[in-house]
Design a protein around this ligand. Structure first.
Ligand code: MCN
Ligand code: CUM
Length: 796
């Protein structure tokens, strides 16, 4: 344990600094970013490029009676106006979503959410395109909207998806996991049962860069190039190939620098397809870039789960079982992105970090007149919701048992010797050692002293809360036998080429949105080959340049592509060993590897560096019998299992009793993501996720009025946290390697977003304990906290 720069204690291990390979290292991508030289989609300016703007529905639910484009077409700068009817003629009015539903590219029959795409204009400049939208005359017949998820299935609710054959209600899907009867039996014999209704509101990832694309169809060679804001270029390309009927080799998808994704850039949006159609029809490159309001109103939202949580325990705090009923709001089209067999993502891990006897979940998903989406905002495929549920309900139990929340958790943790651990809902946690992580968080926070301080403050009528959460995540989808997106198996390719001078290039199928892949993937290869990370170039985000793979989301890059990068480097090293044996004239068995060179066993002087081997592999002179020239390898890595990172978070809040304003005073986060590649980048990921947590717990919500008007279409209405609302984060870590990952690394990109909301809400509820409050729903804005405090017993 050491003292960090901000005066807080931070735990370190001594391998934090190493000359090459894993360790703290400044990001290779940052020189271009800090100079403003990043290249984003909107920076593209191709010769003759036209601009596309989308006309969106003002209604949440309405029949489209007619669309008159005459005036817009007459605009002198307009080249093209396209309606849903025109797309329908080409069979392009609807597209598949990543979860086997269909979504309208442009509305034909009805609009189903406010902000839905109705028509588009392609013009000579962005302003003309926008102006011309106002010249399009659409006649709507408003219909009653379905806004409240709780009444979406009532028999008199209007049917939103009458485009689906035989659809007579707003039911989207049912999903169930665990054993209902067994859980019922355990609940029946429990001393204590606690039930709580818990809502995870609809939120939005709101990345700094909104979504957009530039499509360029070359009519001479029939090739389409699409620069787009995508977290999954290869998966998107295959879907475009299927929808447009173009062969994949005629499509190139490029995802250049991205200004944040956070899950917002996983789905395929109608705007991308419109840009492609615009280019096909005009023969020119076409750019579409949405504005902030469009991003907030129409693109992939997150959460929107209404949950009833129940927990059963013995009087002395042994948790026996958990069950939940969930109503999931999927909006107008099921635009979630999850492996096909997992319509609710990985919500099945809602049993958390505890060794319990039974669990059961029943979920009903419905359609409402809201924007599509579902999986976004650093959710690890709905583990955000699962962790929030279990960590909130465990705190409700602690409240009922009048037990310390840390003690209750410690008492029920899965023990280290139980790993690999199969949960009651069938997930196999690869490794974990929870108690030391919780203990370290307690120590860094000074937990016992905080409780003393709290007692003193309570006696004076001051509101101070201490919130705890402990999470286990499941990240790194596949394996391919269990997990696929629309039939594409979740495995990742990787290629590594070492040039004659010993410089290398590694080509990845995953794509960074700010996570620092250009640095960390170079470090992974550097650690295996002993080539300095500065000499290793990372190529990603271009389907022409990289091998096939499923993309970056669910924190799968390190668990899947990170494994691929380590293994492909080992393949190269194996070949280097053969070449070295020829160079040193000894048998392969007599060679020893020491980072960066092979030497003859017992004779360290007789050695060759990886750079010398690379030159020999390409150079003059013979190679050993049967060894081909060149020094490169490729791999397709199919993970054996997910990786299961965990963490213990402690949050301290103060609430002003006069204004009900919550201030996060301190936040301690201890994360365990197994082997750590770059501690600095991990800290950055954790800081970002904790900030997300403050946003969701205290500020963020996409809300609607009863007509389905979205009330959160700007960053004035949809509040996101700034540095003013967050404390100096205090971080620590433990290291429990993944047993099946070649370097023991687990994902971390979403951990803090998953783990922090319950810690903050638990802290707020803890502060309000004198009022007899056991639960309050996010976002805990001053008005919500104030409401919760009213009509409650006045604290002593
Ligand atoms: N890392 C590490 N050691 C580990 C694990 C990870 O050094 N044991 C490093 C990785 O090498 C990588 C970064 O941490 O540079 C995140 O790795 P990983 O956990 O594998 O997550 P991904 O790279 O797959 O990123 C996806 C994840 C997701 S799903 C969301 S959502 C999110 C997140 O990353 N979106 C982000 N973090 C984000 N950070 C930024 N800046 N921008 C986003 O859009
Ligand atoms: Cu769920 S947001 Mo991330 O998996 O891209």
């Amino acid at each position: 344990t050491a003292v960090s720069e901000n005066g807080h204690r931070t735990a370190f291990v001594d391998n934090d600094k190493k000359p090459c390979g894993h360790g703290r290292m400044l990001r290779k991508e940052d020189p271009r970013f800090v100079r403003g030289k990043g290249r984003y989609v909107d920076d593209l300016d191709l010769p003759g490029m036209l601009h596309l703007a989308i006309l969106r529905s003002p209604f949440a639910h309405a029949r489209v009676l007619s669309v008159d484009t005459t005036l817009a077409e007459a605009h002198p700068k307009v080249r093209l106006v396209v309606t849903g009817a025109m797309l329908a003629e080409k069979g392009l009015a609807w597209m598949p979503t990543l979860s086997n539903d269909v979504q309208a590219v442009l509305a034909t029959d009805k609009v189903r959410f406010q902000g839905q795409e109705v028509a588009f204009v392609v013009a000579e400049d962005r302003y003309a395109a926008r102006d011309a939208l106002e010249l399009i005359d659409v006649e709507y017949e408003p219909l009653d909207p379905v806004i409240d998820v709780r009444t979406a299935l009532s028999p008199d609710a209007p049917v939103i998806r009458d485009d689906l054959e035989g659809k007579a209600d707003n039911h989207c899907f049912d999903w169930e996991t665990g054993d209902e009867a067994e859980t019922e039996a355990v609940f029946a014999r429990a001393d204590v049962v606690v039930t709580e209704d818990i809502v995870y509101p609809r939120v939005h990832p709101a990345p700094m860069e909104t979504c957009g694309a530039v499509a360029d169809f070359d009519q001479v060679d029939g090739r389409l190039t699409l620069w787009s804001t995508t977290q999954a270029p290869h998966a998107h390309r295959t879907l475009y190939a299927i929808v447009a009927g173009l062969p994949e080799h005629k499509i190139r998808v490029v995802s250049p620098d991205l200004g944040g994704g956070f899950g917002n850039k996983v789905p395929i949006y109608p705007g991308y397809v419109c840009a492609i159609v615009g280019s096909l029809l005009t023969g020119k490159p076409v750019k579409w870039m949405e504005d902030r309001a469009e991003n907030l109103i129409s693109t992939g939202f997150a959460r929107d789960y209404v949950m009833r949580g129940e927990i059963a325990a013995t009087r002395d705090g042994r948790i026996l079982a958990v069950r939940t009923q969930v109503l999931a709001d999927h909006g107008a089209f099921n635009g979630t992105a999850a492996p096909v067999k997992y319509p609710a993502g990985f919500f099945g891990v809602f049993t958390g970090s505890y060794d319990i006897e039974a669990a059961h979940c029943k979920m009903t998903a419905v359609y409402t007149n809201k924007a599509p989406g579902g999986v976004a905002y650093a959710c690890s495929f709905r583990i955000t919701e699962a962790v929030y549920l279990i960590e909130r309900i465990v705190d409700c139990l602690a409240y009922e048992l009048a037990m310390d929340p840390v003690e209750l958790r410690m008492k029920n943790f899965i023990r280290p010797e139980q790993f690999p651990f199969r949960t009651k809902t069938g997930w196999v946690y690869d490794s974990g050692n929870y108690a030391p992580t919780m203990e370290l968080a307690k120590e860094l926070a000074g937990y016992d002293a905080l409780r003393v301080e709290q007692a003193e403050k309570r006696a004076r009528g001051e509101l101070m809360g201490i919130g705890v959460s402990f999470f286990t995540e499941a990240v790194g989808a596949g394996p391919r036998k269990d997990m696929d997106i629309l039939g594409l198996g979740m495995a990742d390719g990787c290629e590594l080429r070492v040039h004659p001078t010993g410089k290398a290039v590694v080509r990845l199928s995953v794509q960074s949105q700010g996570q620092g892949h250009e640095t960390t993937f170079a470090q992974i290869v550097a650690e295996e080959l002993g080539i300095p990370p500065q000499d290793i170039d990372v190529v990603h985000g271009d389907t022409d340049q990289t091998p096939f793979g499923l993309g970056t989301y669910g924190s799968r890059s390190t668990p899947v592509s990170g494994a691929a990068a380590a293994l492909v480097a080992r393949k190269v090293r194996d070949k280097a060993r053969l070449i070295a044996s020829g160079m040193l004239e000894v048998s392969v068995a007599d060679l020893e590897w020491e980072k960066g060179s092979f030497h003859v066993a017992g004779d360290p002087e007789a050695s060759v560096t990886i750079q010398a081997i690379a030159m020999r592999a390409h150079g003059a002179g013979d190679l050993p019998e049967g060894v081909e020239g060149g020094l490169e390898a490729q791999i397709c890595y199919n993970p054996e299992n997910l990786t299961y990172p965990h963490g213990a978070y402690i949050c301290v809040v103060d609430i002003d009793p006069g204004t009900a304003k919550v201030t996060v005073r301190r936040f301690v986060a201890v994360d365990d993501c197994g082997t750590r590649i770059n501690p600095m980048i991990i800290e950055g990921q954790v800081h970002g996720g904790l900030t997300d947590g403050v946003g969701m717990a205290l500020m963020e919500m996409i809300s609607f009025d009863e007509d389905g008007n979205c009330l959160s279409g700007s960053l004035m209405d949809y509040l996101i946290p700034t540095s003013l609302e967050v404390p100096d984060w205090e971080t620590g870590f433990t290291v429990t390697p993944s047993p099946h990952h070649p370097i023991g690394a687990k994902g971390v990109g979403e951990s803090a977003t998953v783990g922090s909301p319950p810690a903050i809400v638990n802290a707020v509820v803890d502060a309000l304990k004198p009022y007899g409050i056991r639960h309050a729903d996010m976002p805990l804005t001053p008005s919500r906290v104030w409401e919760a405090m009213q009509g409650r017993p006045t604290p002593p």
